[in-house]
Design a protein around this ligand. Structure first.
Ligand code: GLU
Length: 440
């Protein structure tokens, strides 16, 4: 049974980077008919907020990424303590008293000597008497004692990985104030929840190495790991600073369709082409981690709009009927309105602009050279309401009177009526026009 999890910390809104992780884990579970767990990594009481947890659930639901099970780390602190106790007993978790200042000083010395800044394990040399003295002064923090050997795994995206444990500091699992850190909570959960596959960003590769040892120290079996590349901006620039503006809720507010977003993210950085999928089922069916490469993946939010547009065009009238009626379009006109506008919108909100144009008319766009021509044409245009034949009858009359034809005839009239050079077929738009400001 395949079990995956998405484990965000509820300390902010989800952004496109998180979405990649969520989606990959969702698709793997979905494809295998397994379970996708939403796990809230909320062990940091200061930074975790229930409103962010709610926002995470809301964003995932918007995308259709339903989870079969939800867990909150803050409810499982006793499990982490039990695991810590077992590792203390087996000598893998040791007490340290170094202050942040002392650690920083050591780090700088090591770097100055050209050595990697790996924790020197001085705490292991303390005698029981020394430790007893230290405890009077400060609360200890606890580190996991790595076995100094190579840690190896077959990464689902990066291929074979081998990391020398001696090049990594023994990870702190419990802070001086007793707070359990992510590494410990994560491995206990992954083990106890039967997680079989973990996909996360490549910034976690070193964590994975240490986690593999901790899982084994706790008697568990490491899951399959895969690390996807990090997203960059279109020019390869770091995206981290801009992620704030790439929150899923902002993209939603800008009209991006969920299917556009998941279709892009399920393919970006892979060898398969980006194309609009019909459903998450379809994306899951064709999803293969091995299609993805290790190189940073360029993300351009502008790519979301053609996909959104394609998605909108795939909708039937029934699917948008409610939205259209809500704009105030009369029932009898609604289907025509959709037929006329559907190819001229990028996001659903554009429908409101088209309806405004139909109702109130557009500010005319008239080139200087066409001023007299348009004025003359307007004298031939009757008052609304119009019907299917209005455009043809009118333009023929204008042609007769002015001698203009083709684009020179039609384009200035389109621009005068709609205020823009592109748009729906004028003959079908006319019956919806309730006002023509150029006539006034
Ligand atoms: N809370 C961690 C993060 O958001 C989870 C990483 C993981 O998937 O293990 O980075």
């Amino acid at each position: 049974m395949t079990v995956t999890r998405f484990a965000p910390s509820p300390t902010g809104y989800l952004h496109v980077g998180n979405l990649r992780t969520a989606l990959f884990n969702y698709l793997i579970a979905h494809k295998a008919g397994g379970t996708f767990i939403l796990r809230l990594d909320d062990t940091d009481p200061e930074r975790s907020r229930p409103e962010y947890a709610d926002a995470i659930r809301e964003d995932l639901r918007w995308l259709g990424l339903e989870w079969g099970r939800e867990e909150r780390q803050s409810q499982r602190l006793d499990r982490y303590e039990a695991a810590a106790e077992r590792m203390r007993a087996s000598g893998r978790l040791y007490e340290c008293f170094d202050t942040p200042e002392e650690l920083e000083l050591k780090r700088r010395k090591q770097l100055a000597m050209g050595r990697p800044p790996v924790y020197d394990r001085s705490a292991l040399k303390l005698s029981e008497a020394e430790k007893a003295e230290m405890r009077k002064e400060r609360q200890p923090h606890w580190r996991f004692k790595l076995d100094h050997e190579r840690i190896e795994w077959e990464d689902g995206i990066l291929g074979p990985i081998s990391i020398d444990a001696a090049s990594v500091s023994d990870p702190v699992l419990i802070r001086g104030d007793g707070q359990v850190l992510y590494t410990l909570a994560s491995v206990v959960d992954d083990t106890e929840m039967g997680v079989t596959d973990v996909v996360r960003g490549s910034d976690h590769v070193t964590n994975t190495a240490t986690q593999i040892q901790i899982i084994r120290a706790l008697g568990g079996t490491p899951p399959r790991f895969a690390h996807h590349s990090l997203l960059t901006g279109p020019q390869g620039e770091a995206l981290s600073k801009r992620l704030g503006t790439l929150a899923l809720r902002d993209l939603r507010a800008r009209g991006v369709a969920p299917m556009a977003l998941v279709s892009l993210m399920a393919r970006l950085g892979s060898s398969k082409p980006v194309e609009l999928a019909a459903s998450l089922d379809e994306l899951a069916e064709n999803f293969e981690l091995s299609d993805f490469g290790a190189a940073p993946t360029k993300f351009d939010e502008r790519d979301l709009f053609p996909l959104t547009r394609a998605w909108l065009q795939s909708l039937s009238f029934e699917e948008v009927r409610g939205r259209i009626l809500a704009l105030g379009v009369p029932e009898a006109e609604a289907e025509r309105f959709w037929r006329v506008t559907r190819e001229n919108i990028t996001v659903l909100d554009d429908l409101a602009d088209w309806w405004k144009l139909c109702r109130e008319g557009a500010e005319p766009l008239i080139d200087e050279a066409d001023r007299d021509f348009v004025a003359e044409a307007m004298t031939l245009l009757p008052e609304p309401p119009y019907d299917d034949s209005t455009w043809k009858t009118w333009t023929e009359a204008v042609k007769e009177k002015t001698g203009r034809k083709g684009k020179a005839l039609f384009m200035p009239l389109r621009k005068a009526l709609t205020g823009q050079a592109q748009g729906p077929d004028m003959a079908t738009l006319m019956p919806l026009l309730q006002k023509v400001r150029a006539r006034d």
